[in-house]
Design a binder for this molecule. Structure first.
Ligand SMILES: Nc1ncnc2c1ncn2[C@@H]1O[C@H](COP(=O)(O)OP(=O)(O)OP(=O)(O)O)[C@@H](O)[C@H]1O
Ligand SMILES: N[C@@H](CCO)C(=O)O
Length: 317
């Protein structure tokens, strides 16, 4: 469960008193997620999400994330704005952590999307990219291709403890991916983590895009590759019906378009996505005690995806 920081009722009451949101009725820690502490907060005026930013989120990046969310919301995308307090302040400090009160969006995240739902997900990413084409703020991708060699070096000593031979396997894949990386593709503001658990849906309709805390400026088609790697497999990394991945691409292509160069690059972009999530999960696996309250995500589920993309290079044709 992802509640790293406990918030006392007194501190939460004082925090909410800064806003025009009514009085505290209840607050429950949210089990999902691994990065930040999230609470579902009910007040006499409505329901909100309280997020306290933990290890990987730099508070200095929050203005970029919220500017991006505001732009998306203004364009009609279903994204949760961070609420200002009565003095206009959005980023607060609570229990010693940077913290924000966020709009609550309805919907549930899927564990096994159907092709129809995947098409809707791809279309939602297309609308997001369209709304961001002239978004000026820039944030380099701290988890992007330039960061992977160092991330690999940090994880390398522990990789074989996860699975024998993993260090050499990832080392080789990283070398090949870096050599083939398409640096010339169009860039823009991207979400960079649009997993099914960051898309809220009701039936076949997307009702929320959440968790913009890895958003950055990077190759736009990489965003789609990350999404493909997350949506086309089950939680263990076993491929779903290939129609799911195809529908995702169709939804995106119909909404935003995909150039021949971007489509041709998808295999290497997807392999890069696998390396990114394999390594960050491996880092957490190695550095989180097995009995910690947070549920560690399996790095090997991303090794299986990497194997699949390497063995199915025609998957995007
Ligand atoms: N604005 C929102 N409206 C409704 N529910 C939300 C909202 N934001 C977060 N949630 C709920 O809280 C959960 C965790 O949120 P989030 O994915 O942002 O956490 P995280 O720790 O950053 O996760 P991750 O491991 O995906 O990076 C979500 O799965 C969702 O159930
Ligand atoms: N979505 C990521 C967690 C955030 O980096 C994962 O499933 O590994």
């Amino acid at each position: 469960m992802a509640v790293y920081t406990q918030v006392s009722a007194e501190a939460l009451g004082a925090f909410l008193a800064r806003y025009d949101v009514g009085a505290l009725v209840s607050a429950k820690g949210i089990a999902e997620g691994v990065e930040n502490s999230n609470y579902l907060v009910d007040t006499t005026r409505g329901r909100f999400i309280l997020t306290l930013y933990e290890k990987r989120v730099d508070a200095g990046d929050l203005p970029f994330f919220f500017a991006m969310i505001d732009r998306l919301a203004d364009a009609g995308n279903p994204v949760p704005r961070a609420l200002p307090d009565r003095t206009g302040m959005v980023i607060q400090t609570l229990e010693g952590r940077p913290a924000c009160l966020i709009e609550f969006l309805s919907g549930v995240s899927l564990s096994q999307p159907t092709p129809t739902q995947a098409r809707a997900g791809g279309a939602a990413m297309a609308r997001m990219h369209a709304a961001l084409t002239d978004f000026a703020p820039v944030r380099p991708n701290s988890m992007g291709v330039g960061a992977w060699p160092q991330l690999f070096e940090q994880c390398a000593p522990g990789l074989d403890s996860i699975q024998a031979g993993l260090r050499e396997r990832v080392d080789g894949a990283l070398d090949r991916t870096l050599a083939a990386w398409p640096h010339q593709l169009p860039t823009g503001a991207i979400h960079a983590d649009l997993f099914p658990d960051n898309v809220l849906m009701l039936g076949d309709e997307v009702t929320g895009l959440i968790d913009f805390y890895f958003a950055c400026t990077d190759v736009r088609a990489y965003d789609l590759a990350v999404m493909h790697s997350a949506w086309s497999f089950d939680g263990r990394g076993v491929p779903l019906d290939p129609a799911v991945g195809r529908a995702l691409l169709e939804g995106y292509e119909a909404g935003f378009g995909l150039s021949p160069e971007e489509r041709a690059a998808l295999p290497v972009l997807a392999q890069g996505a696998c390396i990114r999530f394999l390594l960050t999960r491996a880092w957490d696996w190695i550095n989180t005690p097995a009995d910690a309250l947070v549920t560690r995500k399996d790095p090997l589920a991303y090794l299986r995806r990497l194997d699949w993309y390497e063995n199915n290079r025609n998957a995007f044709r």
